[in-house]
Design a protein around this ligand. Structure first.
Ligand code: GLN
Length: 540
């Protein structure tokens, strides 16, 4: 029997529910279980691809090309398993499918309703993922906050599963916030009490409460939550402020979460194995060096819109016992005032991430020139790769070069829409998405970093390096070090005479893991460390 653990959220969003879910998964894994995780997003979008990363956080791309919620990235990083598009369920998908069935006549003579048709569809999906992945335990995170109208059918499905699968096979965990009033310093449990009341009104009685709070919960706060929320006192856990998110599984397990869950679900609970995870943590919590990386984009204010990049940089840092400090820099300021570019001197590396549209692009190109001219390590990702091609082309005399995404009239369209994209008029899930093989050229930096001829990396783009310019740019000194298998598509570019000037059409960050940094990020951070050594000594 699969054990299902439903995780709901209370009080407000943004309290680290995804990291908590991933940590619970890790705790089950540490006890030898095969685990998967599912994220439910109650919005009507079919997938995250059409949403604004500035508001909803990054769009995480899975191996199979799903454009999914950023929590799937957190699950992949903690659990070290690949998710697929099915692991992110949305209201949009559920209704699309139920309405499709209704039109086909599957419910002939019946009235199609939220209960049972919508809830059945939700339960079917959760069960079929667990069966397909052949897991012992599936953790299902219900997005949003209890009390939201749109999450009701999902909570109802979770409630029904408790009944159908049996009490010993389903557990409910509620993640809430315990705020502290600064002046008094008292941990306030009332918001938690209210959100649990709401949950119980819907028919779900939580087995475990995980309270997000700055400091560990005091005894009286725990007692109060236990009493008012009808859970055992030993089933109240705290997720406090920590040095690295990767510490959370150990912190929760240290409080007894793994043992309590095992008891509740009648699992044999062998001694958890944390040795490898603890070893890995060293690099995160006791770094010896420090580097500063500038991430220059237009969603720079919200770190969540680049969470995988953020993590990939940290993974690369940790592998070198180095703390990576990230400065989020808005490139429009460079366009308004060129002297602001000098702020980049304070950084050891410059990264231009993915992006869409024209705003801020000239500023990105200026930052790339700055990196190239001053030999500051540079990494370009996707749109950053495309802008690096534009920058190089302009530098070697292709005046006015651009991507047709930015300037459709450019005289040198060095980046252009992929031919197969020209006839597409729908925006949802129509980019070149997911994992594709890439052939690396021996003798190049890219090949050295990966140490192999063929790699598989994930993509999300409509535009590409225009093949018509490849020859001319190559003659001018740009190295095309990675291409698609048939050679038609450019995947990696680099410059020979720089410390590290490399850009990729793919997103290496999606496959980076805390104990296995993505090779390009590792190379980039190591080059940055080298610069930091010369610049500040880099010691903490
Ligand atoms: N806008 C660019 C494209 O569609 C880059 C996309 C990205 O950075 N993910 O090709």
């Amino acid at each position: 029997m699969v054990k299902y653990i439903f995780v709901t959220g209370g009080v407000m969003s943004g309290i680290g529910k995804g990291v908590t879910v991933a940590s619970i998964g890790k705790i089950m894994q540490s006890r030898g279980m095969k685990v998967t995780a599912v994220k439910i997003d109650p919005y009507i979008n079919v997938d995250a691809g059409t949403m604004n990363p500035y508001i909803h956080g990054e769009v995480f791309v899975t191996e199979d090309g799903g454009e999914t919620d950023m929590d799937l990235g957190t699950y992949e990083r903690f659990l070290d398993v690949n998710m697929s598009r099915e692991h992110n369920i949305t209201t949009g998908q559920i209704y699309l499918s139920v309405i499709g069935k209704e039109r086909r006549g599957d419910f002939l003579g019946k009235c199609a309703q939220i209960i049972p048709h919508i809830t059945d569809e939700i339960k079917d999906r959760i069960r079929s993922i667990s069966l397909k992945d052949d897991v012992d335990c599936a953790i299902v995170e219900i997005g949003g906050t209890v009390g939201d109208i749109e999450s009701l059918p999902f909570l109802e499905a979770a409630r029904q599963m408790g009944l159908e699968e049996g009490k010993l096979n389903v557990a409910y965990i509620h993640v809430t916030l315990v705020p502290v009033i600064d002046v008094v310093g008292e941990q306030k449990t009332k918001p938690t009490q209210h959100s649990v009341q709401e949950l119980r009104r819907i028919g779900i009685i939580p087995d475990i409460i995980v309270a997000r709070s700055k400091k560990p919960l005091r005894d009286e706060a725990k007692k109060k939550i236990a009493l008012f929320c009808n859970v055992e006192e030993r089933a109240v856990f705290t997720s406090p402020d920590i040095r690295s998110i990767y510490e959370l599984p150990l912190i929760l397990d240290g409080q007894g979460l793994g043992d309590y869950l095992s008891e509740r679900l009648r699992l044999k609970s062998p001694n958890p194995r944390w040795d490898e995870w603890k070893n890995m943590l060293e690099g995160y919590i006791s770094p010896k060096h420090k580097v500063k990386i500038a991430v220059c984009g237009k969603y720079a204010e919200l770190a969540d819109s680049y969470v995988s990049i953020n993590e990939a940089l940290r993974h690369a840092g940790a592998a070198n016992r180095t703390l990576v400090e990230i400065g989020w820099i808005e490139t429009e300021q460079f366009e308004e005032n060129i002297t602001t570019l000098s702020c980049l001197d304070n950084y050891d590396g410059i990264l231009i991430p993915g992006g869409f549209g024209a705003r801020g692009t000239e500023g990105k190109i200026m930052a790339i020139s700055y990196a190239r001219e001053r030999n500051i390590p540079f990494l370009g990702i996707c749109f950053g790769f495309q802008m690096a091609i534009v920058e190089f082309a302009r530098h070697v005399g292709f005046e006015g070069a651009n991507s047709t995404e930015v300037d459709p009239e450019t005289i040198h369209p060095v980046v252009d829409l992929m031919p197969e994209q020209k006839s597409i008029d729908q925006k949802g899930a129509t980019m070149r998405l997911g994992s594709y093989p890439i052939i690396l050229t021996p003798g190049t930096l890219a090949h050295r970093l990966y140490g192999t001829d063929i790699i598989y990396e994930r993509h999300r783009h409509r535009y590409e390096a225009n093949p018509e310019y490849v020859g001319r740019l190559e003659t001018a000194g740009l190295v095309f070090s990675g291409k698609s298998v048939d050679g038609s598509r450019v995947e990696v570019i680099e410059l020979k005479d720089r410390r590290f000037h490399l850009a990729t059409q793919f997103h290496g960050e999606f496959k980076s893991r805390p104990n296995r940094p993505a090779p390009i990020y590792r190379g980039f951070v190591e080059a940055a460390i080298e610069r930091a050594m010369g610049r500040t000594g880099s010691n903490i």
